[in-house]
Design a protein. Structure first.
Length: 288
């Protein structure tokens, strides 16, 4: 009989996990150091709008949930996202995020010139464009010219599996921490040191552990229910179309439902290990 699976305990949670990433980047000091090192300009102070901001135009339309959403003293908007699962739709996701943020930021009746500059930053635990660079910045020009197309929007893709160190040392150490999950290493930059220290604080926070484990266990229970429901559906279908086919179909659907429930909770590699599946099979379910 299949046993229930265990969630990753808070004491082992990696920086590339949504929960840990938002807890670390919720530190104004860390977030300020990160943005200044990446963008190359000083920020006086930042204001968090929401740790995870929901933007939806109406219940009929597709909405987005922003991991880290903040502004600086000039009203510039920053959205920082962690991306763990390799996917090919990130540029279009950026496009949708940008339009959603712009609609949320521009008051009714205001002029388009009132739109603030915005930065969308995807921190990826993979090489999104297969170019090896630690940081990729979107830059636009009018075709056939060197005239920049400037609309105030900026996009950055960070790659924790970089081979080319085209970034400030602070950013490289931050990416190293994401890739290795090594909190015992001696980091040299303030960003690396403070991110490491914050991870250790989160991992040892007993009060936070209760809320995290409650949430994580709820998701695991829903996964288990999905698995059992799928198995039961398989039994019923098996009675109608053949017991073997029904059980197998139910099992597949149950496992698929369970894996989708775990998306964003556990890394794909851990999910694959738990279900005794290949990483490729898991990714086919997570990113059909």
């Amino acid at each position: 009989m299949t046993k229930k699976y265990q969630v990753v305990p808070l004491s082992e949670l990696p920086l590339h996990n949504d929960f840990m990433f938002s807890q670390v980047m919720r530190s104004e000091e860390i977030c300020k150091l990160f943005l200044e090192a990446l963008l190359g300009f000083e920020i006086d102070h930042i204001v968090f709008i929401d740790r995870q901001k929901d933007i939806t135009d109406s219940y009929e339309l597709h909405g987005i949930r922003l991991d880290v959403y903040l502004k600086d003293e000039k009203g510039t908007v920053f959205n920082v996202e962690i991306q763990v699962d390799r996917r090919d739709d990130l540029p279009k996701r950026v496009r949708f995020y940008q339009s959603s943020i712009d609609r949320a930021e521009l008051p009714k009746g205001a002029d388009y010139s009132d739109l603030s500059d915005s930065y969308i930053i995807f921190v990826c635990d993979f090489d999104c464009f297969h170019i090896g660079k630690a940081v990729g910045e979107r830059v636009s020009f009018l075709k056939g010219t060197d005239v920049p197309y400037e609309d105030g929007s900026h996009v950055y893709f960070l790659n924790s599996h970089y081979t080319e160190r085209n970034a400030d040392k602070s950013i490289l150490e931050f990416l190293d921490l994401i890739r290795t999950n090594d909190v015992s290493k001696s980091y040299e930059t303030p960003l690396g040191q403070k991110a490491q220290r914050r991870m250790q604080e989160v991992r040892s926070d007993k009060e936070l552990e209760v809320s995290y484990m409650t949430f994580a266990q709820k998701m695991m229970d829903e996964r288990w229910i999905g698995y059992m429901d799928g198995r039961e559906d398989g039994r019923r279908e098996g009675q109608e179309e053949g017991h073997r086919k029904g059980r197998e179909e139910g099992r597949r659907e149950g496992i698929k439902s369970a894996i989708l429930t775990l998306k964003g909770i556990l890394p794909p590699a851990v999910i694959a290990e738990q279900f005794k599946m290949s990483l490729e099979e898991v990714m086919d379910i997570l990113e059909p």
